[in-house]
Design a protein around this ligand. Structure first.
Ligand code: 5GP
Ligand code: ZN
Length: 114
């Protein structure tokens, strides 16, 4: 989708600090980090919200979660801990309507979230 910010980042039309990419996923640093490590894991394919997933997307979402865990491990956060979050729609605070998994680490994260 040419008007979608994250589709444009995935296509390298808008710059981002990319930390990982493959045929299905792109991972880049959040522009407004909320922790020492704050990356966003996105699928290259446009999916607006979690509500728009189909059964065939289960593997893709698993890849997103797996990649976040790998990056957390590579950065040294596996033992200390980290958080992954996907926000869906207004009540959860979703602001970009292309699904993304937040990976946050490097500080004590409060629970429950705000
Ligand atoms: P949401 O609130 O939808 O769960 O998260 C959207 C995230 O995208 C926010 O954490 C925000 O800082 C990040 N973001 C918004 N615009 C850009 C951008 O142009 N580049 C990058 N790297 N991150 C962005
Ligand atoms: Zn998109």
């Amino acid at each position: 989708m040419s008007s979608c910010l994250f589709c444009r980042i995935a296509a390298a039309e808008i710059p981002a600090k990319v930390v990982y990419q493959d045929a299905d996923l792109v991972v880049f640093e959040d522009i407004n980090p909320q922790a020492p490590l704050h990356c966003l894991v996105i699928p290259r394919r446009h999916v607006a919200t979690l509500n728009d997933l189909s059964p065939d997307d289960a593997t893709l979402v698993g890849q997103m979660q797996y990649r976040a865990a790998q990056i957390a491990r590579e950065r040294g956060y596996a033992e200390g801990g980290y958080r992954t979050v996907m926000n869906c729609n207004a009540d959860a605070g979703q602001t970009v309507f292309h699904i993304h998994l937040h990976l946050l680490a490097g500080r004590r994260l409060g629970w429950p979230p705000g």
